[in-house]
Design a protein. Sequence first.
Length: 324
Amino acid sequence: MAPAVFDPLDLKLLQALQLDGRAPYTRIAEVLGVSDQTVARRLRRLHGTARVRVLGIVDENRVGRSGWIVRMRCTPDSADRLAEALARRPDTIYVALESGGTEVVASMRPRSREERNELLLNQLQRTPRLLSVSAHCILNHFYGGPAGWLSKLQALTPAEEEALRPPPVDQERGVVRIDETDEHLLAVLRLDGRASLGELQSATGQSESVVRRRLERLRSSGVLYYDVQYDPESLGSTVDAMLWLTVAPSALAPIGRALAGHPEVAFAAAITGPANIVAATLHRSSADLYQYLSEKIGALEGVHSVETALTLRQVKQLSYEPVR
């Protein structure tokens, strides 16, 4: 799906960062057969052309918290202000304007039940010109999180992918407890997933060896993963859509697995509410979206209905960068 402006090495670098956002340039260079300077120069250029950034993200399930997707319908004159206000919140990870500018969709990760209730029951209810709110708890991720859409570029060879892939996460561990030092580390990585050990030492007051051990524990336990923020349009996706699927309960798992395998799908999850699966998809054109709906979604057995909403503007993707 990537346009010709990005050559094969650019695409390999993007996929490499999605696999391991903190991989040293020396290791990436060695695997790809180029120099360290080439890797650094190319990634600086990608930061400018595709707004590429690596950020450290917490897997809420690993620390005993739930993610939510909130749909807010409002008057057109208030949508921008509402979206910007939500984007500034530290507990939002995605905010977008949908449906002709009358709907705001936000992916939220409240740190406690009290914070969730304060937002849903108090703050949003007092928001002027907000017409309705529906909140959907994320029950299961089919695609997204550590497996970002850049993993679907298929730019790396299987051998390159294997060489760059970090050690597997311990899937058997239950809820992981994190302390104040971990929180300080995660706060820095949330802004810059490739923050230096020196920066992490300054933020925590710990030695380099302690920081290294903490980072590895957070990663190997699945609490911390690295995601790549990028501009989808620069990679050829001019049409973004949110699909709200209502499917038979017995079809939830097979449809989720099918969606995860579609190259168009950047995110898919089972959720609470009238629609029980939500998916974010990327397409080159509205014609491609139509083809996807009619041929791929239409072929999935167990889908009762699909609501499609186009994303007009992505206000926040992992981090908030105000338009200047």
